[in-house]
Design a protein around this ligand. Sequence first.
Ligand code: 5RP
Length: 231
Amino acid sequence: MSKNQVSQDQLKQAAAQAAIDYVLKHLEDDAFLGIGTGSTANCFIDLLAQYKGRIKGTVASSEASAQRLRDHGINVFELNTTGGVQIYIDGADELNPALELIKGGGGALTREKIIAAAADDFVCIADQSKWVEHLGQFSVPVEVIPMARSYVAREIFKLGGEAVYRQGVVTDNGNVILDVQRLHPIAAPKALEEKLNNITGVVTNGLFALRPANRVLLSTPEGVKTLKPSH
Ligand code: 5RP
């Protein structure tokens, strides 16, 4: 297979392997590791299994990731008992040069945002398809208390977005998700993140701009590049 034919799955696998190398080099013996959700995070979890003896424990951003970790015999702890995590590894749906992200395609945005907030070092792993100059082609997921769904959708409309109810999805926290379209290009991600969070009934949204990634391991056919924030 030539460089042009490297599949997205292979790129995700390479990003996950780079994250394993990073964790083995930097994670302290008594520290906890945060683990995200999604197909790239799953590649990471599966690779982590062979090093479980070297990891004190993990904190998972979803029930699905927690189950996958336990299936591999990896210890999973509640964030309330760990006092934070040293490193958090997770994927993204979009990322820009400031390493601001859109996350939540898998519906786990709230727990992901909590772990990112509690992490010393947030390392995002992604294939090159996730890199964009301006966020917003991918819908911004918003987790909402169920009774507030249509009120929040109307408030989002006032902000210029179109909220689409993610039918049939209930989050691990018992809430629903609105996917907000028509926001591209998001000129001020931090301001939009705050505005969305200020709507009553919103739990949180999938913009990770106030707490961006510290680095991104971006997988390309030429290899995995380490990105640091551009400003
Ligand atoms: C889940 C997420 C994921 O990190 C995001 O959707 C990327 O997933 P994948 O690695 O499958 O492309 O935010 O809520």
